[in-house]
Design a protein around this ligand. Structure first.
Ligand code: 0A1
Ligand code: ZN
Length: 875
């Protein structure tokens, strides 16, 4: 927080660091209120000293400087310049040793950045710029250093002392204190530093790498949670094996440690050899975690593990390159999850997230390219664009090159840049050099923001047996980028005969057909692809498996969408045809079409329910109507209540019409046990619970819901019933909530679910209920998970509840101002719904804008909140 207006930082201003820190020796004397940090660094000029001396700039925030010495000589006040966030030594020698002693107060750290306490244990979060809250250091990712770290603490309260690398020394000290020294042999930037000190249980295992090396696996959790670690350990071992098999990557250190903490701003952090996780992405057993939790844990464990190569051994030159590690790592973890579960389900889930949330970001005031040109607060750039769209961009390279050539490219990337801090351009160049291809135009995906639109025109010439597909691309303006140059868009395509067969594809100029699926490369504003030898007019299957992050307007009739729902050979597209048909039906109703169930949609729904050859997980996906956020995304002016009511009407009408089939599935899918967490069992539970959600609002449905709630022996079925009861305000939902609270109130992760289900309930009165939840003795504004489960669920997962009464906008602004004084990162994230004010009718627009203006007037708001609010007002 600073008095002056926060300033933007620009990629174009990047210069290499003037000094390297060759080694750092850190000593932490740990006490909750006063921790003393002694840092001894070997510093060497990274420029030619013959050309004159350059100042050494160290970052530091909220530190108390105790002393400083250079080559053992104390440095007095005249030897340095200090400000709120820097310490500058104006004329240092070209090579010297610097010792800096600082004091910090971890107990007062509510921002959860730097060194803080969670559940009485010390832990750190240094990405992106948290290390500067620990000690003075050139806190930028292109300064890579070898760390040796000594932790000193009371043995009784903090028997476990952890940091990166290998434990090289330990011993007892006077006054009941003890120490452990760690040495990390790898070069790493400060953002990957970590320490943990506390009283924790260790669950140990081991893994033998492909070259036969034994790696110790250690998972640290609060005592009492040991029985919830099995899934995380199994996931880690699977991820380690998978990365060897699919990418040829082996783990490098002797130990891999994971620590679960309850207070964490994000999901998890890939600190070298010592990951720190939000306990939500570690702890699971069937009684407390849903199937979705199990899948997410496996994915996040894998994500952090994969960072060891894509992020740690090869890191980012600067924070503009964040997607270098995040986009690539999300792509890798999505491949892994697809391999572990189901390719089609994973693709559907990823694309749903992209289309509901990332597309909105790309169309809003915070839109930025996956490699931004500027930022005010880097913490605001851990976005769906950097992560999810970044992964889609890597996926497109994979699609354009094919798996073997992509692997050649990743091998070259890992080999060429091991131990370096590099750019997204280096990644793309490795892909080019390994394969002799030119991706110059493709690089625009890194430079231009916004979601491109692809429109399709088709023409069949029966006499010439020729089929022509003309594709047009365009991209709307985004802040600071009014005109866009054409992208290179891979459009994976097949042509389906009226019998549903994928036809052999021969493009004009080719002598023979090259398979029945082709990647058409659209790299001009408009391009026509001519297919020869097509015997009758086909239905095109376009953008298969969502081969590019674009909005496709395929020009399909309702009948063609219904045909695709029954005949598509691409699982993703078959699902998407259903989504597009349902979307159309809902939008027509919102626009005033007569209130009746569309016959085509109902028939398609019935057909899916009747087809017992289909995978239950995919049937569950197909039965789900497009989410409210996606419907909003497709409308010019968003009316959240109309969207909610209409979608509810369609659901109720489908449920009424297909009541028997839904009930029959519900009964047939009952799991006689034993309980299993595998893709098959999860898919069946998903479908059964999708049926339940349709049935609960019908007459007699709430009894079924309550019966399931009472009988459930696992969290998946228990939560599905609770959500259905609470979100339909069904009879006895209060009883179920009360029972759930009594059973689970001592388990924070389960209690988060209890808060979230209530905050997301759409019925009138939501705002009042949420206010009551904030007054609940178990609400804690300092715990990000709890804030997300109450405030986040209300403002981001409950559009009807949130937008019903403009008083909710005032409520959210009040919460943000309050949160900002404690935890700016979390506060800025909660702002998202207000930033889209321009999408609503005039009265909502004004009410939301008024609150943004009010926030901006609050003295001393953080740079995090300042950036988001000012950009959304000025866009
Ligand atoms: N790099 C981590 C996520 C992460 C990012 C930022 C944080 O603090 C600002 C913390 C964690 C990942 O991708 O998993
Ligand atoms: Zn990551």
């Amino acid at each position: 927080m600073s008095e002056s207006q926060p300033q933007a930082i620009y990629l174009k201003d990047y210069t290499p660091p003037d000094y390297r820190i060759e080694t750092i020796n850190l000593r932490f004397d740990l006490n909750p209120e006063v921790t003393t940090v002694t840092s001894r660094m070997e510093v060497r000029a990274n420029y030619d000293p013959a050309e004159g001396r350059r100042p050494l700039l160290l970052n530091g925030q909220e530190l108390e400087l105790v002393s400083m010495s250079m080559d053992h000589d104390p440095v007095g006040d005249e030897g340095y310049e200090i400000s709120d966030d820097t310490l500058v030594i104006p004329h240092p020698p070209a090579h010297f040793h610097l010792e800096v002693v600082t004091r910090i107060d971890p107990s007062a750290n509510t921002a959860l950045e730097g060194l803080y306490l969670s559940g009485g244990n010390f832990c750190t979060q240094c990405e992106a710029e948290g290390f500067r809250k620990i000690t003075y250091f050139p806190d930028r990712p292109d300064v890579m250093t070898r760390f040796t770290t000594t932790l000193i603490a009371d043995r009784k309260d903090y028997p476990v002392l952890l940091s990166n690398g290998d434990r090289i020394d330990s011993g007892e000290l006077a006054g009941g204190r003890h120490y452990v020294t760690w040495h990390d042999p790898s070069l790493k930037p400060s953002y990957l530093f970590a320490l943990v000190a506390g009283d924790l249980a260790c669950v140990a295992d081991c893994f033998t790498t492909m070259s036969g090396k034994e790696v110790k696996l250690e998972l640290y959790v609060q005592y009492g949670n040991e029985d919830k670690t099995g899934h995380a350990i199994r996931s880690l071992k699977k991820a380690m094996r998978w990365d060897e098999e699919v990418y040829g990557r082996e783990y490098d250190l002797n130990t891999y440690m994971i620590v679960a903490v309850d207070d964490f701003n994000m999901g998890a952090m890939e600190n070298k050899g010592l990951n720190i996780f939000n306990s939500r992405f570690v702890l699971a057993k069937p009684e407390t975690a849903t199937d979705m939790d199990f899948v997410n844990i496996e994915g996040v464990i894998a994500h952090e593990y994969f960072h060891n190569w894509s992020g740690n051994r090869i890191t980012c030159r600067d924070w503009f390159q964040l997607s270098l590690k995040e986009g690539f790592t999300v792509f890798r973890d999505s491949q892994f999850t697809a391999d572990m579960t189901s390719l089609a389900v994973k693709r559907i889930d990823d694309v749903s997230l992209l289309r509901t949330r990332q597309f909105a970001e790309d169309a809003g005031p915070m839109a930025h390219p996956i490699r931004p040109d500027s930022y005010v607060e880097i913490n605001n750039f851990y976005t769906l664009t950097i992560y999810e769209k970044g992964a889609e961009v890597v996926r497109m390279i994979h699609t354009l090159l094919g798996p073997e050539r992509f692997r050649k490219g990743s091998d070259l990337y890992f080999e060429r840049h091991d131990g370096q801090a590099v750019t997204t351009d280096d990644f793309v160049r490795a892909m080019e050099d390994a394969n002799g291809v030119d991706l110059s135009q493709f690089r625009r995906w890194y430079e231009q923001a916004g979601t491109p639109k692809v429109e399709v025109e088709r023409a069949y010439d029966a006499a010439a047996k020729q089929y022509r597909l003309t594709l047009h691309q365009s991209c709307p303006p985004t802040p600071g980028q009014l005109q866009k140059a054409p992208f290179e868009i891979p459009v994976k395509t097949a042509l389906l005969s009226r019998e549903g067969a994928a036809l052999p594809l021969r493009l004009a100029g080719e002598s023979q057909a090259g398979g029945s699926e082709r990647v058409l490369v659209l790299n001009e504003p408009e391009q026509t692809f001519i297919f020869e030898g097509i015997p009758a007019e086909p239905v095109p299957s376009l953008l298969r498996a969502f081969s590019a992050p674009v909005k496709l307007e395929g020009g399909y009739s309702d009948e063609e969408l219904a045909f695709l729902m029954g005949n598509e050979t691409d699982d993703f597209n078959r699902w998407d045809a259903g989504q597009q048909l349902a979307l159309r039906v809902i939008v027509r109703l919102i626009e005033g079409a007569p209130r009746e169930l569309d016959r085509g949609l109902s028939a398609a729904f019935g057909k899916i329910l009747a087809d017992d050859r289909l995978d239950p997980a995919l049937v569950a996906e197909a039965l789900a109507l497009p989410p409210e956020e996606y419907i909003a995304e497709c409308m010019d002016e968003v009316d959240p209540l109309a969207i909610h009511e209409t979608r509810r009407f369609v659901r109720a009408a489908l449920a009424e019409t297909h009541r028997e089939a839904l009930a029959a599935h519900y009964t047939a899918l009952a799991d006689p046990g034993p309980y299993r967490v595998d893709a098959g069992a999860m898919g069946r539970r998903r479908l059964r619970n999708a049926c339940l959600a349709y049935l609960v609002p019908l007459e007699g449905g709430s009894e079924r819901g309550f019966a399931q709630y009472e009988a459930a022996g696992n969290m998946t079925d228990s939560m599905a019933a609770l959500v259905a009861l609470v979100h339909n305000a069904a009879p006895r939902h209060d009883e179920a909530l009360q029972h759930f609270y009594e059973r689970w109130h001592e388990d924070p992760l389960v209690l988060d679910k209890w808060f979230a289900v209530q905050a997301a309930a759409p019925a009138p009165g939501a705002l009042e209920r949420v206010k009551q939840l904030l007054d609940h003795p178990d609400f804690n504004i300092r715990n990000p998970n709890r804030v997300r489960s109450v405030i986040g669920s209300f403002v981001m997962r409950n559009p009807a509840g949130f937008h019903r009464d403009p008083a909710a906008y005032t409520f959210l602004a009040d919460q943000i101002v309050n949160l900002d004084s404690l935890n700016p990162q979390v506060a800025a994230r909660m702002l998202d719904p207000l930033t889209h004010w321009k999408r609503y009718d005039e009265s909502r627009r004004n009410a939301m804008k008024e609150q943004l203006v009010r926030i901006l007037r609050v003295p001393r708001i953080s740079s995090d909140v300042y950036e988001v609010v000012s950009k959304s007002l000025n866009a």
